[in-house]
Design a protein around this ligand. Structure first.
Ligand code: FAD
Length: 366
């Protein structure tokens, strides 16, 4: 589906305070496409022109080259076959350029150099430590070992198709059925390989869009389910630090537009209230508890601590039938929150929440 970045320009956080590294983006859905709060928006990004220029440089391709791809056999492919295609277009819209090189990529690279020193260096690489842990790509290896003359077709065989990235929708269709908001944390920092910067493909792409630009994607219903209970009077416990707040904002917006909404408790966390508190100026009818990991003297560093400090209030809501939603980092935060809930409600209480579909998680990354 073609989505359009909302032409009204309504995107960042609606106030002047900068939130370095995070963008709140509103897009307009095509007619006929619907969504529910808690759904995901899948986005197909394009590679950044600078990255594409680096790729053509590492592959020593002349500017403006047009190629016609063919393949032996009937294998399915994501590449356009049998038609003339500019190389820049292939590298921009068809393949992932920053994926980690595989062990077999290292062998292929070794077969495209005559240089004994390079072959020796490639053979000495400790894959887990030198490539996987540092997320070194084929392009980075080509830059490091200039004697490798990798033909374009061999490079394309190594690259996977562009994967869609998922973003938790941060709005409710009740506020506008064709407008979806997403909250995007930018992946941008010194590359773990030790050379240059690493910019996440999709987050950089979304951050670079201008109002009115179109992009491609679709609405996905999460599985296992992540949606509000049918009865708006049901109490809610919402736990989502950082960009984990994304879908919770959608739930709060939805509840604010429904009559007779039940009580909600929100547990939000970030580093510092002045720096990265997302949607800080929005007020919802909810009991909001915050944790700040870089504010000396603040009583809670992480959401699980704020949760434990309000154990009685949380237990009360759970006993009154609350649904519990946890969103964000699935590696450290979500397990820590679960342990806190076990302390608050007991093993049996949390098992009951699970069994009744009242413990819903939308977790990602690490
Ligand atoms: P990519 O190009 O995919 O790069 C990310 C990869 O690079 C990771 O493997 C990471 O480990 C690695 N990496 C990170 N830094 C470096 C570095 N310095 N050097 C080398 N490698 C590095 N994200 C949000 O922001 N908001 C959301 O609401 C949201 N919801 C999600 C919901 C679900 C269900 C899922 C699965 C994910 C969600 N995400 C969300 C994550 C999102 O889908 C993307 O993974 C994220 O935006 C990064 O994508 P990217 O294309 O920018 O980065």
């Amino acid at each position: 589906e073609e989505l359009v970045r909302d032409p009204s320009g309504l995107w960042d956080f609606g106030d002047e305070r900068p939130r370095p590294g995070v963008r709140s983006i509103v897009a307009e859905l095509p007619e006929g496409v619907t969504y529910e709060a808690g759904n995901h928006l899948a986005v197909y990004a394009k590679n950044d022109p600078e990255l594409v220029a680096w790729a053509t440089h590492c592959l020593r391709l002349p500017a403006g080259q047009v190629v016609r791809l063919s393949q032996e056999g009937e294998r399915a492919t994501h590449l356009p076959l049998g038609v003339p295609v500019p190389v820049e277009l292939l590298l921009t819209e068809f393949v992932e350029l920053q994926e980690v090189a595989t062990r077999s990529d290292l062998e292929t690279l070794a077969s495209f150099t005559e240089c004994p020193w390079t072959r020796g260096e490639l053979a000495r690489i400790d894959y887990a430590e030198d490539v996987l842990a540092k997320r070194v790509s084929v392009l980075a290896l080509l830059e490091r070992f200039p004697s490798i003359a990798l033909p374009l077709e061999a490079f394309l065989e190594m690259c996977g198709p562009i994967r869609p990235r998922f973003y938790s929708i941060s709005s409710s269709p009740l506020a506008g059925p064709r407008r979806v908001r997403i909250t995007v944390g930018l992946v941008d920092g010194p590359a773990w390989s030790g050379t240059g910067r690493y910019r996440g493909m999709c987050s950089a792409y979304l951050a670079g869009l201008e109002p009115g630009d179109a992009f491609y994607g679709y609405v996905r219903v999460p599985s296992p389910p992540f949606h509000l209970p049918a009865d708006p009077a049901t109490p809610l416990v919402l736990i989502g630090p950082g960009t984990g707040f994304a879908p919770l904002r959608g739930f709060l917006e939805e509840r604010s537009l429904l009559p007779d909404a039940g009580p909600a408790k929100v547990f939000y966390g970030c580093r510092h209230p002045e720096h990265d508190w997302l949607y800080r100026d929005e007020t919802w009818d909810a009991d909001v508890r915050v944790a700040f990991s870089a504010l000396p003297g603040h009583p809670h560093r992480y959401v699980q601590e704020a949760l434990l400090a309000d154990a009685e209030g949380v237990r009360d809501l759970v006993e009154r039938g609350a649904y519990v939603y946890v969103c964000g980092d699935g590696v450290r935060m979500a397990p820590a929150v679960r342990r806190a809930l076990v302390e608050i409600c007991g093993e049996e209480g949390v098992r009951r929440l699970d069994a009744e579909g009242r413990y819903q998680q939308d977790v990602f990354g690490g």
